[in-house]
Design a protein around this ligand. Structure first.
Ligand SMILES: [Zn+2]
Length: 308
């Protein structure tokens, strides 16, 4: 009798699946959740963006050991902020078709600034169109809401919508009142034995947000603009301090990569699948995606993967 068969037979003889379930539980305790974080894909018509998106997805599918799922960090399409309806639809069709063809893993999507339709259209702004703003992205990405959460093993994931329209012009990185209320409630409801990973398009905290423009201001300041990092970081930090089970925050948006540890939380800004918007490397960073491993003890590891 082979050892495995013997063990199975013994377990059955013991009147249950004691041995197999024990080893399964132990295995699960050691094994991290492994997922790919693909952010800032910015797909648009053209051989380079289309084959680039396909290549990144194919690469992730072939990862060994295999991945549990994919998180799409937002800016799925090149731009809907200023695009007309036809151009926006073309980009979403491309995104959906390539994803369907090249991916067999579950995907959790995030909304990025460029996924929002019409905010920056100057003439005949389609404000009365049902799809104006975030609604089109919500439907294309089949989201139950623009912000949501899900659980995997002993990790809880909170996916935020970090892009808001700024009354003074442009957009701003922050949570709106409705979303902040939801987040507070959500954090209260998560059992303390679950670790938390927060996903946002715009980084909650990042040093590369201040390096995006690759320059020092004339007065000597290194500036973090309001659309490059969460402007409500101080508020969020105070909330996060009350929940020591928040262990990791992942983001995109900047197309640069960093890893910041602050007050017990790892903040990972994970570059861009599109690199320099499909024009090669952006500053020092080649097109890439991240493999994130979240361990059962609350620790994490991020590895950037050049897929081309
Ligand atoms: Zn982007």
């Amino acid at each position: 009798m082979k050892r495995k068969t013997f063990l199975q037979a013994t377990a059955t003889a013991l009147g249950g699946s004691l041995l197999p379930s024990l080893s399964f539980a132990e295995e699960n305790r050691k094994r991290p959740i492994r997922f790919a974080h693909l952010t800032d894909i910015h797909v648009k018509p053209g051989i380079v963006p289309e084959s680039g998106m396909a290549k990144a997805l194919q690469h992730a599918q072939q990862m060994k050991p295999g991945l549990d799922f994919i998180i799409n960090g937002g800016d799925s399409i090149m731009d809907a902020l200023e695009a007309d309806k036809t151009k926006t639809q073309t980009q979403w069709d491309l995104f959906k078709n390539i994803l369907q063809k090249e991916n067999s893993l579950p995907v959790y999507h995030t909304i990025g600034n460029h996924d929002i339709w019409g905010w920056f259209i100057k003439q005949n702004k389609p404000e009365n169109d049902r799809l104006y703003g975030k609604q089109w992205a919500v439907e294309m990405l089949e989201l139950k809401n623009r912000f949501y959460s899900f659980t995997k093993n002993n990790w809880h994931f909170i996916v935020l919508d970090s892009v808001q329209l700024n009354p003074a012009g442009g957009y701003i990185g922050k949570l709106d009142v409705e979303q902040l209320d939801w987040l507070l409630q959500e954090l209260k409801n998560i059992p303390a034995d679950k670790f938390i990973c927060i996903v946002s398009h715009i980084p909650v905290l990042s040093i590369c947000s201040g390096l995006f423009f690759d320059k020092t201001e004339a007065n000597g300041d290194l500036l973090i603009k309001r659309n490059l990092m969460h402007t409500d970081f101080i508020t969020l930090k105070k909330i996060f301090t009350k929940y020591p089970n928040i262990k990791a925050c992942i983001s995109g948006h900047i197309h640069l990569q960093d890893e910041v540890e602050y007050l017990g939380i790892k903040y990972y800004c994970n570059g861009a699948v599109s690199g320099n918007w499909w024009g090669g490397a952006f500053q020092e960073f080649e097109p890439a995606y991240a493999i994130v491993e979240l361990y059962p003890d609350g620790t994490s590891k991020r590895t950037m993967i050049k897929y081309q």
